[in-house]
Write a protein that binds this ligand. Structure first.
Ligand code: ANZ
Ligand code: ZN
Length: 804
């Protein structure tokens, strides 16, 4: 008898799928379209990572399951091939990204095909190819037309050793993730997208989106809506006022000093001559830090500007300081410090000996209770003290009444503030789509006409960034010198490229139309396939990619290109595969090469094994042991299929078990609970094989359908072996009979004189008489019935007690 041989079976079915177009969706005329999306990979030179494969397999199972349910499933995949990761890697190994990327993509393609994903490869996208980024540039122009793209000077992270701008994610504790040198800030002119204008909408739609709760809450925090007040403090001896944002206007009587961010534009004006040296020294030191270091809680530092402001509530003169714990990017870049009730202000006041006043007291505290070692920050129970006419008011009321009072006096107003910043999309790098803008001395900023797209990224050997902080393209006049599209005069192209996150913020719109060269996305195809029905990916993209995608989709809707504003109806975050308790990484030497495992055990066994490591949405520890167990399951199922017969009677108990398994595997697969679904299939197979007789064909047939989404090549081969000419994926999901789900037999415990002596298995409706008969027929029980039976107690379905 032939054993299961994945080395033969798997290539056979991949070839047949390709030949028959099994994995292609009926893009033009699907009756029940279902768009299953997985996050596309960045094609690293190391090749497919086991984490990628874990993610993709889970998506693939869900897609295949929906196909079995009768949907027309479209599952595309592609490559997020532009960006700093690819470029840095090319730099490291001395290659050119334009030559290296296609090689990496080809290697990924080979590995992905081997994994047996149900991908419609006709619709593949590669963000680094002109036929794709032409449309990324088009997306930029749509934002520009809507007034949502603008240019301004802003700080960027700058690594002085690598001589490059770094994304925030590439800065770890203030150091460059690549070389470890301290990161500096530089001011450069950059393009921004006005995502902040969409903050309220991005937040409120979260309420109805069917997304993983962790992803939603990460977005909610990132958007960071705060209700409060913007208050104005007059500066003594100046015309200027300092505006602050506060969520605690009720504490204004306790504001004993103001703090400006060191970069605040008023600092230069307000600083006295005596303090100028100290202030400038502090400003320079702050420039050398990145945002992450500034947000970390460390010893408070700061400098007095020499200027004072007037507290509008108390009339007191209060000093104006600068300190790096106040960030220019948030609120107004200035705060009123209330050391009695804010932790950071409290620490600062202690370091610099500034007055700390209590203006809120807890329920059982007197107005003069000392504050002790920390600020009193509770805003739920307190009431105001030392606050003039407001004394005694609960904090919640005072937030409103104090704001109204200050507003009436012309000192400020109620505002809603968002943490979400506009999205900086300029990169002073090479490996990305050139931003489609031309600067003309006569016409100013001119968008490249859509008919002139793409603005092709030229091949330049010197793509390396340098200390100038300007893009490598800015060294190539032969490229950037172009006639103005409007007046024809000599003009200059924008030489920055756009952020990789822009490439991935619309790729799901492109897939159905990937082969179209006339439009970014076809109206009809988009209507049929979008929004995406199921999106599965890593939660590390919760606030960048997923938020940007939602934003771009909203803009496309507002511009009239599409008729929906949320791109992903359902999103599920998968967990991570870790090894020996650590995240896998090359530097830790604990990376797993999927090729090796697929070679030894087969792709199907490896897929199932990955899914068996733990709950899909939580992830699990990768162990080398255990894959043999999964493979053994496939071997045994194979043998049962091979040896199955039709000339034996099906066993009723086995049939019931099969129906229960169909129900369970369906429910578990629908909720991505793949590990428990696999366990149920294994248990079921044990039942099928334990009966002391040959296996009936009907007993393995449904099992093959259940396992198909998990081990697709394997299932196809079994299905063929069972006599089918068509793919198992056309066979549908097996139905279960609800009547067979309930047990129709139960174990009844038998006691003699109150002692358990055994049990008998009987139909659920067995009577006392039936139970007695069965008990007496069991020699092991009957031998304890030594005298005359005095009494019998019978609890149906449970217990038989015989008293002798
Ligand atoms: C006075 C005050 C009193 C504050 C108090 C808090 C407690 P969220 O909730 O995150 O919006 N703040 C405002 N702008 C800031 C900036 N640019 N950098 C650093 N801190 C800033 O936080 C709002 C609070 O954070 C504001 O309310 C302000 O401190 C501070 F008992 O004002 B509060
Ligand atoms: Zn011009």
């Amino acid at each position: 008898p032939t054993p299961y041989a994945p080395a033969l079976v798997e290539p056979k079915w991949r070839a047949r799928w390709a030949e028959r177009g099994t994995n292609h969706a009926a893009l033009e005329n699907a009756a029940r379209p279902f768009y299953a999306l997985m996050m596309f990979p960045y094609p690293s030179a190391e090749g497919l990572h086991v984490g990628n494969l874990f993610a993709f397999t889970g998506s693939d199972i869900s897609a295949r399951y929906h196909r079995l349910l009768g949907h027309d499933v479209f599952q595309p995949l592609g490559y997020d091939a532009f960006g700093i990761h690819s470029e840095n890697y090319a730099l490291k190994i001395g290659a050119h990204p334009m030559e290296l990327t296609p090689k990496n993509v080809a290697n990924f393609q080979r590995q992905l095909e081997r994994a047996g994903l149900m991908v419609d490869w006709r619709q593949k996208v590669d963000t680094s190819r002109p036929d794709y980024y032409k449309w990324t540039q088009w997306v930029f122009l749509q934002l520009y037309k809507q007034g949502l793209a603008y240019k301004k000077a802003a700080a960027v992270n700058w690594c002085p050793v690598d001589m490059t701008v770094l994304a925030n994610e590439q800065v770890e504790n203030g150091l460059c993730e690549r070389c470890g040198s301290p990161v500096e800030q530089r001011f450069l002119e950059q393009w921004f997208f006005r995502i902040s204008a969409y903050a309220e909408r991005l937040l409120s739609n979260l309420e109805w989106l069917d997304w993983s709760p962790i992803t939603k809450s990460a977005q909610k925090n990132w958007i960071g809506r705060s209700e409060g007040a913007e208050l104005s403090f007059r500066v003594s001896g100046h015309d200027e006022a300092v505006k602050v944002f506060t969520t605690r206007p009720d504490t204004i009587f306790g504001a004993t000093y103001l703090v400006l961010a060191p970069e605040h534009p008023l600092v230069a004006t307000l600083t006295t001559e005596a303090q100028r040296g100290a202030v400038q020294g502090y400003q320079d030191a702050t420039k050398k830090q990145d945002l992450i270091a500034r947000k970390s809680s460390k010893e408070k530092t700061g400098v007095f500007t020499g200027a004072n402001a007037v507290n509008p509530a108390t009339g007191a003169n209060i000093p104006i300081w600068i300190a790096d714990y106040v960030l220019m990017e948030y609120g107004t870049g200035a705060i009123m410090a209330v050391p009695g009730h804010d932790e950071r202000d409290f620490e600062f006041a202690q370091v610099f000996n500034l007055p700390i006043v209590r203006v809120v007291a807890g329920p059982d505290e007197a107005a003069d209770t000392p504050l002790g070692e920390t600020a009193y920050t509770d805003d739920a129970q307190g009431r105001l003290v030392n606050s003039g006419a407001f004394d005694g008011q609960p904090v919640a009321d005072a937030k409103l009444t104090v704001t109204d009072w200050l507003a009436a006096g012309g000192h400020g107003s109620k505002v809603v503030n968002f943490r979400l910043h506009d999205w900086c999309i300029s990169r002073q790098r090479y490996w990305g789509p050139p931003i489609p803008i031309i600067y003309c001395d006569a016409c100013g900023t001119v968008p490249v006409p859509e008919s002139q797209l793409p603005v092709e990224l030229p091949f330049i050997p010197d793509f390396k960034p340098d200390d100038s902080g300007i893009s490598p393209l800015a060294r190539h006049e032969e490229w950037y010198r172009v006639p103005c599209p409007t007046c024809g005069a000599s003009a200059r192209r924008e030489t920055d490229v756009s952020d990789t996150f822009l490439d991935s913020a619309w790729y799901f719109l492109r897939y159905p139309s990937a082969t179209r060269s006339d439009v970014a996305f076809d109206t009809e195809l988009t209507k049929r396939w979008l929004p995406v029905d199921s999106y599965i990916g890593g939660n590390e993209h919760a606030v960048l990619h997923l938020l940007y995608s939602r934003f771009v989709t909203m803009v496309m809707k507002d511009a009239g290109h599409i008729d929906f504003e949320e791109p992903f109806t359902r999103f599920r975050a998968h967990g991570m595969i870790i090894r020996e308790g650590a995240k896998m990484s090359k530097s830790k030497g604990n990376v797993i090469n999927p090729d090796v495992y697929m070679e030894e055990w087969g792709a199907d066994a490896f897929r199932m094994y990955l899914m068996f490591l733990g709950p899909y949405e939580e992830g699990g520890d990768f162990r080398d042991q255990g894959i043999s167990g999964v493979r053994r399951f496939l071997d045994r199922l194979w043998a049962s299929v091979r040896d199955a017969r039709t000339d034996v009677a099906a066993d009723a108990n086995v049939t019931r078990q099969i129906h229960r398994t169909i129900k369970k595997v369906g429910e578990d697969t629908a909720t991505l609970s793949y590990n428990t679904a696999i366990a149920a299939m294994m248990e079921c197979l044990n039942h099928v094989r334990s009966a002391d007789r040959p296996v009936h064909r009907d007993e393995v047939l449904p099992l093959v359908q259940l396992v198909a989404a998990y081990a697709p090549h394997f299932a196809e081969e079994c299905w063929e072996l069972l006599g089918h000419a068509e793919s198992v994926f056309t066979a549908g999901w097996p139905a279960f009979d609800p009547a067979l789900l309930v047990d129709n037999e139960v174990d009844i415990v038998v006691q003699i004189n109150g002692k358990v002596r055994g049990k008998v298995r009987l139909p659920v409706d067995a009577s006392q008489e039936d139970a007695m008969k069965a008990a007496m027929a069991d020699a092991g029980i009957a031998k304890f019935v030594t005298g005359e039976i005095k009494k019998v107690i019978f609890v149906p379905k449970r217990l038989l007690n015989i008293v002798v």
